[in-house]
Design a protein around this ligand. Structure first.
Ligand code: SF4
Length: 359
């Protein structure tokens, strides 16, 4: 029996590189992609068992793969997807076509996360994104044509040149698409991204906070549930896979740079293509957490969501009383305990609240 119910697969290729991004990827190259698939097959045989409930193919850009490679990837995953209830793939509008969409449907994918980031053409160009809003509309219609209506859209805020008006316009555009899920992240400048190397900054803290409020007001005012710091959903279509992370469940990640959590162990695969291809030892970090560390991580992840932490489960799992273990934490004015669960009233300031849960 497979004790781990959640699987993440990292596709380390993109068709172009966005200026804010420092994920593990290379520009798509057919020969390299085929070599990667060959190595991935071996990793799957070594690391996976059948019986996952959620599978998430992320990246990189999974749709950067050619049709044949995407088909091979989905075929490789088939033995592990028989019991899957949520099967997600990330896609970019410019590399998603009708043949790939039909393939996704054929292999049981039932959720698509589409990279959009903004609908403002000037901002999209400044990020080196290769699509416009019209293409996004077309690709969403294509997904729906194949019955793939569980769609998530990724957006960004605090972008250079973004005003409140431009953000409002992007939100209005996205609302017009009526998708059931929206993820929205503030720009973080990564040192090794093009922005990082050029010294480009995100917007000031005050504007960023105003934008966060605007997003919440607009999306919640239009029927979305703000269920996690950066995530909104309608009709209960939250991400089951990501919810497993926040509920502190175990997961396996395969391919380059993928992280895994199994019991008290945390490990991350190498980001180096050379090492991934040439060695059986592909783990870069392999940590064993003690009980205190696991308890803190568990609280930290759970308080990100609007369902918070199940106190009884937590106390049974770790053999402790939460009020005795974290007297300062539970007394924090932003912490609420209600109906057996503990919540953070304002997850936007969670990092500050968590200081009271640290020793
Ligand atoms: S944001 Fe996505 S598409 Fe852009 S470079 Fe990063 S992984 Fe690739």
């Amino acid at each position: 029996m497979n004790e781990v119910k959640h699987l993440y697969v990292h596709v380390p290729f993109c068709r172009s590189i966005c200026f804010y991004c420092d994920f593990c990827h290379r520009i798509y190259d057919q020969e390299l992609a085929q070599k990667w698939l060959h190595r991935l097959r071996k990793e799957m045989e070594d690391a996976l068992r059948p019986g996952y409930e959620t599978i998430y193919i992320g990246g990189g850009t999974p749709t950067a793969l050619g049709y044949g490679e995407l088909k091979t990837l989905l075929q490789l995953l088939k033995p592990y997807s028989a019991q899957v209830c949520e099967y997600t793939i990330e896609a970019n509008p410019e590399s998603l076509d009708e043949d790939k969409t039909a393939l996704m449907k054929e292999f049981g994918i039932n959720r698509v996360s589409l990279g959009v980031q903004s609908t403002d053409e000037e901002i999209l160009r400044s990020l080196n994104r290769k699509h416009d809003f019209l293409l996004i509309q077309e690709k969403i219609a294509l997904l729906r044509k194949y019955g793939l209506d569980n769609i998530s859209v990724d957006l960004m805020y605090s972008l250079p040149g973004q005003t409140m008006e431009k953000l409002q316009k992007s939100l209005d555009d996205i609302l017009s698409l009526d998708v059931p899920h929206i993820s929205i992240y503030s720009l973080t400048i990564e040192e090794n991204s093009v922005f990082g190397r050029k010294g480009i900054r995100s917007l000031d803290d005050e504007t960023e906070a105003d934008m966060y409020e605007l997003i919440e007001r607009v999306l919640c005012g239009n029927g979305y549930r703000h269920y996690e710091i950066s995530n909104y959903c309608k009709d209960d279509r939250y991400s089951r896979h990501n919810m497993a992370y926040w509920n502190y469940e175990d997961f396996i990640g395969i391919s380059l740079a993928a992280a895994s959590k199994v019991g008290n162990r945390r490990y991350t695969n190498t980001r180096s293509f050379e090492r991934y291809f040439s060695s059986n030892d592909i783990r870069e970090e392999d940590l064993c957490l003690d009980k205190k560390e696991q308890m803190f991580e568990h609280i930290m992840m759970s308080l990100r969501t609007d369902i918070g932490l199940d106190i009884k489960d937590f106390e049974n799992q770790y053999g402790c009383k939460i009020k005795e273990e974290y007297p300062q934490g539970v007394d924090n004015p932003h912490i609420v305990i209600e109906k057996g669960r503990m919540y953070c009233k304002d997850p936007a300031i969670l990092n500050t609240v968590l200081l009271d849960f640290m020793e």
